[in-house]
Every structure is written in C-alpha cells, then in structure tokens.
Design a protein around this ligand. Structure first.
Ligand code: PMP
Ligand code: GLU
Length: 397
C-alpha cells in the first residue's frame, strides 16, 4: 500500500530537473539532443576553487561543520555584502546551506504558516511556488508579459497586498526571463512595501554576477525595508559551482535564528569541503565571474539574432541570467501534419522530438504562453540548436 503524505502528493516535481533528465535519457539512447533545459553554467569551477577543495580533503575537513557554516566563511560573506552591496550584517545573520534552493526552503519554512499569503511575480522560478505550498502558504501570483519586460508595477504589487500577506518573493536578475529591475524600479517597489511593516521580502540574487546592465542593484539597499529583507545568494551560478551545493542568506537575526534551528534538525551544516571551496571563491577577485559574464552576453546576442528570424515569436531582451523566455503562443493550434501544438508543453515536446532541442515549458514558471531556453552552452551548440528550431517552427502551419 502506498501512503505518501498529502504534503508530498500535492508537490510537483521540479520541471527543470525533469526535462534535463529526459534529455539525458534520450542522449543515452544515442539521440543527439542539444540540452537548453537546465540552468547551469557550462564552465568548470575555477582552478583555485578546485585546489581549495582538494586541500580541504587533505587537511581533514572531514568532520561535521558548524550548523550555520564555518565562522570564517560567514565573515567572508559579511565582507562581500559590505564591499559589493553596501549591506551590513553580522556573522550571526548569515546562514550557509546546501545550495540557494535549500536557503530559500529554510526561509519559507521558517516564516510561512498555514494560510499566509506569499506574493510571487510571474514568471517565477519553479521551486518558489512549490516550497510555499509545502509550507501551507497560498501563492498570490502577479502576472506580467513580454511587452512590459516581464516586470511588475508598484500598483500591481500594492493591489495584491492583504492583511494575510506575509512575504514578497522576488528575483532579479530573473530566472526564467532574464529581466533585471533598475534601481528606480526597485525603489518604487520598496516604497510600497515600506507602508506594510509586516511583510518580509525575500530577494533571490543568485544571478547577481550574470548581469549585462552593469552594477547589480539589490532591493535590500533601501533603508525603509532593508531591516526585513532576506537576501539569498550562493556560489552556484556566479562561480560555476552548481554541484558544490553552497548557498547562503543574509537575514534579520530572528529569521537567521529560525533557519539555524530548522537546519540543525534537517541537514546539519553543509558539506565541510565545499564550504572551504566556497570560501576561496568568495575571497578571490571576481575576474572569473567577469569573464563568464562577457561570454554569456555574447551568447545572449547570438540567441536573440537567431530567434528574431523565426516569425511570430515575441521576446524581451534579457539583461541578466542566461535564459530566454520567448512567447510562442502564436503557434498554438498549428500542426506539422502529425502533432497539433495546443500549448507550451506540446511545443516543448515537439521541439524535443523534431528539433532535438530540450527546452522547458513555460507553465512550470507560471506563464503558459512561453518556453524557456537556457543559453548556458557553447556558441556552436546554440547556433545548431537555433537552426534546428527554425526548421521545426517553419513546418508548423
Ligand atoms: N534561485 C534561482 C532563481 C535559481 O535559478 C536557482 C537554480 N539553481 C536557485 C535559486 C538555486 O540555486 P542552487 O543551485 O544554489 O540551489
Ligand atoms: N535553477 C536551475 C534551473 O532553473 C537549475 C535547476 C533547479 O535547481 O531546479 O534550471
């Protein structure tokens, strides 16, 4: 008899990870799939980081790490926030976890109770809404579209606030749209939130270093809300260390303490070895990140040029992260003579079986008119993928 808890029955599987798995399974069968589904840099972690990990093994970092992370790592994160973001935390306000996803889960589980409302701008990253559901919260989704660069307005935010609003869950640069809010746009959102002192802001800044606009702007910089803003960040994207699994928060002390308690029962401290590697990444200069950023910008330009040649697709120009989120709804109802494309999921499957390109359907991110392409792959592969997609779109009548 299967007796899975209601909590898990109600949860959806991560569509990004599922599509990546599907693509790898086809690859294993000898089918040449170009995988634009998963969002992870295709770069290797920097050599000095790899050396730090090896050194940690040799120096016997084989024991449990402190529950909240090594103190020197938390102090280094404090310095990073101070020097790069002009934000001021004590080490007690920093909690290191096993990836930014884990950090977000900790924060949501620590502050969201049954029936609490969490405002989430859509398109959103897949895991946000599932984690809110797991905590018993209610997602209040703010829709946007390609025409407004997938950004919410202050009016839209204020209209969604109710006495039950507990959290505003925000991400810039954004996965899946690549939109980056400008400082003046952030200020307007902060000014609305300042009027509602019971709302906690969770700002996911994992794509901080992948930003083609220039300097990263954090919503936590505004003093009227900084004292109740939790910043989520980590080494996965900026340093190409996705598999190392180190994320962190800078949070109000009471939230950090709650996350610490939760983590002490769920996972204990994150991997000792990987924390030493993360310390090296965070305390080294940022030349690796800057180089990677240049490469992503070039790839972004390639993808935009190629997609502009496919008729009837609408898209924004991403200013950060490494995703494009085109609106392909003009193709709904069309067919290649075999399959009718009724929705974005059909489109994603059609592109997988006809263009041999793996994407993720937009409904997983709360926008059923779109699909997501990750351009974190080589230029050659991107050009080939876009050519194959162009041909597949041309067959749809
Ligand atoms: N936030 C966003 C917006 C992401 O795209 C991801 C993807 N990995 C994460 C958080 C989680 O990062 P990590 O791999 O460090 O868990
Ligand atoms: N964040 C990446 C993505 O959106 C990795 C997958 C995941 O963690 O869900 O594709």
């Amino acid at each position: 008899m299967e007796i899975i808890s209601k909590r898990v029955v109600c949860l959806s599987e991560s569509q990004t990870l599922a599509m990546n798995q599907k693509s790898q399974d086809l690859q294993a069968q000898g089918i040449d799939i170009i995988n634009l589904s998963l969002g992870e840099p295709d770069f290797f972690a920097p050599d000095h980081v790899k050396e730090a990990a090896k050194e940690a093994v040799d120096k016997n970092f084989s024991f449990y790490s402190p529950g909240d992370g090594y103190l020197d790592l938390r102090k280094a994160i404090v310095e990073k926030f101070k020097n790069e973001n002009n934000l001021h935390f004590t080490p007690q306000q920093i909690i290191v976890s096993s990836g930014a996803k884990h950090s977000i889960a900790n924060v949501i589980m620590s502050i969201v109770d049954d029936g609490d409302e969490v405002i989430v701008p859509a398109p959103y990253w897949v895991s946000y809404v599932e984690l809110v559901k797991l905590a018993g919260g209610k997602n209040v989704i703010l829709n946007t579209n390609v025409a407004n660069d997938f950004k919410i307005t202050p009016e839209q935010l204020e209209a969604a606030i109710t006495p039950k609003t507990k959290v505003f869950l925000f991400c810039s640069p954004s996965n899946p749209t690549g939109s980056v809010y400008k400082k003046r746009e952030l200020k307007k959102l902060a000014d609305i939130l300042a009027k509602y002192p019971n709302i906690i802001i969770i700002s996911d800044e994992i794509y901080e270093y992948i930003n083609f606009e220039g300097k990263h702007e954090s919503i936590a910089q505004f003093e009227n809300i900084s004292y109740r803003t939790v910043i989520v960040n980590g080494v996965s994207k900026g340093y190409a260390m996705t598999g190392y699994r180190i994320g962190y928060i800078g949070a109000p002390l009471w939230i950090a303490k709650a996350c610490s308690k939760l983590q002490s029962q769920f996972t204990s401290g994150s991997s000792s070895i990987m924390q030493r590697a993360a310390l090296k990444a965070i305390t080294s200069d940022n030349s690796f990140c800057l180089e990677m950023n240049k490469v992503f910008k070039k790839r972004r330009d390639i993808v935009i040029k190629e997609i502009s040649e496919i008729p009837n697709i609408k898209y924004n120009i991403p200013q950060g992260a490494f995703y494009l989120f085109p609106d392909i709804s003009a193709y709904f109802g069309k067919t290649d003579g075999k399959l009718v494309i009724n929705n974005c999921y059909d489109m994603s499957l059609y592109l997988l079986s006809n263009a041999f390109v793996a994407t993720v359907s937009g409904d997983a991110f709360g926008d059923p008119n779109c699909i997501r392409l990750s351009y974190a792959t080589s230029e050659d592969k991107l050009i080939k993928a876009m050519k194959q997609m162009k041909e597949a779109f041309a067959l749809l009548k």
